[in-house]
Design a protein around this ligand. Structure first.
Ligand code: 5AD
Ligand code: SF4
Length: 483
C-alpha cells in the first residue's frame, strides 16, 4: 500500500484544498472518529465491501478497502458480522438492481441489532436519480450514499457521516477530474487491475453505462506507467488494463496517443510478465493494435471482443457502428496475427425488434467465430436509454427460447475449443488454492483458461509449467512438469 499519510496532529490544521492531500487529511480525521467509536463500542470495528458488476467496480472496491484499512478498520469477510457494510453496485441490467434491494432489506434487520453498524452504498446504481429517491424514502437506515465520480472522496464523506450522525448523500452528475495516488489494497499480491480510462462515449442504445460512468477520460500515460512500475516493484507480474472502451484510449489527452502506443510503453516495463486488457470495442480495434498484439511477448493470448448481435440491422439499432461483415473481418485479421488467440464475447438476446432471422445471424457469427467462451445476456430495458423507448420489445417467452438455444450452441463450442489443448504443456500463473480440494492449486493460462493441479500455497504468484492431462468441459486437471 502506498503510504504518504499525514500524522494525527495534522488534523488541527486547515483543510487542504488540493487532492489527494485533502483525502489524506480526512483519512486522519476518520481515524480519530473511528477511535472514539471503538472506545464507545469497547472493541475494534470491522468492514465488509461487497462488489457487484464488472472489473472496474472490483478495482474501485480495492480503493475503498485501501482507504478503510488506513482509517483503521479491520476486514470482516462475513457481511452480517461487519460494522460497516459497503455495497459497490452495478446497474447494467435490472436484475443487478433487484439483488441490491433484496440484500438491503436483510441488512436493515441486522442493523437493528448492532448499534455500531453503518451501511454505505456506492457505484453505478447510485448514479440513477430514481434509485437514490427510492433509497431516501424506503431505506432510511442507510448512512452514506455516493456515486462513481466522487469515489476518491470516500474518506471525506465517511468522516462527514461519522461526525454529523446523519445520512450523507453526495452524487455528481459527471466529472472531468482524475485523482491520482490514493491508497489502494490489492486482492491478489501478484496481479492487479489498472484503470487506464474512465467513462464511455459510445452510447450503445441499450446501455446505461455512459449515463452512470460519465464521459470518456483517459489517464495520463505517465501516471499509468508509474502505477504499473510501482505494482511490479511490489511483486505484481500481471496487469489487467481497465476501461469501458480501451481501444479509444488517449483520444482525449492533451497529447493524444493510441492504445497500441500505450501498450508498447507498458511492454517495456521490466519484471512485468503478462498484460491483459478489457473491454475492446470492435469499431475502434485498429490494425496497429493487432500488429502490437502479434509482436508482443507479454500481451496475453486472449481478446474479449463483444459482438452483442450478429445482425447488421440490429447492430445499427444498437448504435454499435460496425456490421456483421466488419466484425468477421476483424476476427480473421486477429487470428492471422495471433493464431492461437482465445476469443470471447458478450451477446445480447431479445433486443427490441429482433426477429428469428436476426437471431439466426447471431447464431451464424457464433458458429463462424467459434468463441472460446461467450457471456450471454437477456436484453434488459434500462430507463433513460434510447432502446427502452423502442417499439417491438420482444415477448419474454420468445427471448427465453432464443437464449436457451444460444447458450446450448455457445457451450458446445466452448467445450470443443477448450479440449484442443489436452496433452500439451502450458505455463500458468498460480492464483489460488482450489475451492473444492485443498491439495490442489488453480492457475491461469495466457489464454485465460484455468487449470487445477496438485500443489500447495507456496506456489501462489509463481509461473509453472503444467501438463494438461484432462479437459473437464471449461477447465483442465493437470500436474506440474517444471517449477
Ligand atoms: N441488457 C442486457 N445486457 C446488457 N449489457 C449491457 N447493457 C445491457 C442491457 N441493457 C451487456 C452487454 C455488455 C455487458 C457488460 O453487458 O453485452 O457487453
Ligand atoms: Fe455494472 Fe457497467 Fe457499472 Fe461495471 S460499469 S459496474 S458493468 S454498470
Amino acid at each position: 500500500m502506498e503510504n504518504n499519510r499525514q500524522n494525527a496532529a495534522d488534523i488541527e490544521r486547515e483543510i487542504p484544498v488540493s487532492e489527494p492531500e485533502r483525502q489524506y487529511y480526512f483519512i486522519e480525521r476518520a481515524r480519530n472518529d473511528l477511535k472514539k467509536m471503538e472506545e464507545a463500542a469497547g472493541r475494534q470495528l470491522s468492514f465488509c465491501v461487497t462488489t457487484f458488476g464488472c472489473q472496474m467496480n472490483a478495482r474501485d472496491s480495492e480503493k475503498l478497502v485501501g482507504i478503510l484499512e488506513q482509517i483503521g478498520y479491520i476486514e470482516e469477510p462475513e457481511e452480517e458480522k461487519a460494522d460497516l457494510v459497503i455495497y459497490n453496485t452495478c446497474t447494467v441490467r435490472e436484475n443487478a438492481n433487484q439483488r441490491v434491494y433484496g440484500r438491503l432489506g436483510q441488512l436493515g434487520r441486522i442493523k437493528k441489532k448492532n448499534p455500531h453498524m453503518m451501511i454505505a452504498l456506492c457505484g453505478c446504481m447510485m448514479q440513477e436519480p430514481e434509485v437514490v429517491e427510492k433509497l431516501k424514502k424506503s431505506y432510511r437506515f442507510i448512512d452514506l450514499i455516493f456515486g462513481t465520480h466522487n469515489i476518491y472522496k470516500f474518506a471525506e464523506l465517511l468522516a462527514t457521516r461519522m461526525e454529523s450522525g446523519h445520512m450523507v448523500i453526495d452524487i455528481w452528475k459527471d466529472t472531468d477530474k482524475i485523482v491520482e495516488d490514493l491508497p489502494s489494497e490489492r486482492k491478489y499480491s501478484f496481479k492487479s487491475g489498472v484503470n487506464i480510462m474512465f467513462g464511455c462515449n459510445n452510447f450503445c442504445s441499450y446501455c446505461i453505462v455512459p449515463y452512470v460512468r460519465g464521459r470518456e477520460r483517459s489517464r495520463d500515460p505517465r501516471a499509468v506507467i508509474r502505477e504499473i512500475e510501482r505494482l511490479v516493484a511490489d511483486g505484481v507480474t500481471e496487469v489487467m488494463l481497465l476501461g469501458q472502451n480501451v481501444n479509444s484510449y488517449g483520444k482525449t489527452l492533451d497529447k493524444p496517443m493510441t492504445f497500441a502506443q500505450l501498450l508498447r510503453e507498458i511492454e517495456k516495463i521490466e519484471g512485468l510478465e503478462r498484460i491483459r486488457f478489457m473491454t475492446s470495442h470492435p469499431k475502434d480495434l485498429s490494425d496497429e493494435l493487432i500488429e502490437v498484439m502479434g509482436q508482443s511477448e507479454k500481451i496475453c493470448k486472449h481478446l474479449h471482443l463483444p459482438v452483442q448481435s450478429g445482425s447488421t440491422r440490429i447492430l445499427e439499432k444498437m448504435n454499435r457502428r460496425y456490421t456483421k461483415e466488419h466484425y468477421l473481418e476483424l476476427v480473421r485479421k486477429i487470428r492471422k496475427a495471433v493464431p492461437d488467440i482465445s476469443l470471447t464475447t458478450d451477446i445480447i438476446v431479445g433486443f427490441p425488434g429482433e426477429t428469428e432471422e436476426d437471431f439466426q445471424e447471431t447464431l451464424d457469427v457464433v458458429r463462424q467465430v467459434q468463441y472460446d467462451s461467450a457471456f450471454t445476456f437477456i436484453y434488459s430495458k434500462r430507463t433513460g436509454t434510447p432502446a427502452a423507448a423502442m417499439a417491438d420489445q420482444v415477448p419474454e417467452d420468445v427471448v427465453k427460447n432464443r437464449f436457451n438455444r444460444l447458450l446450448a450452441e455457445v457451450q458446445e463450442i466452448s467445450v470443443k475449443k477448450c479440449s484442443v489443448y489436452e496433452g500439451s504443456v502450458q505455463t500458468v500463473l498460480v492464483e489460488t488454492k482450489n475451492e473444492h480440494d485443498d491439495s490442489f492449486m488453480t492457475g491461469r493460462m495466457s489464454n485465460n483458461l484455468l487449470v487445477h493441479f496438485p500443489g500447495d500455497e507456496s506456489l501462489t504468484g509463481k509461473y509453472v509449467d503444467v501438463s494438461l492431462d484432462e479437459c473437464r468441459g471449461f477447465y483442465y486437471i493437470g500436474k506440474i512438469v517444471k517449477g
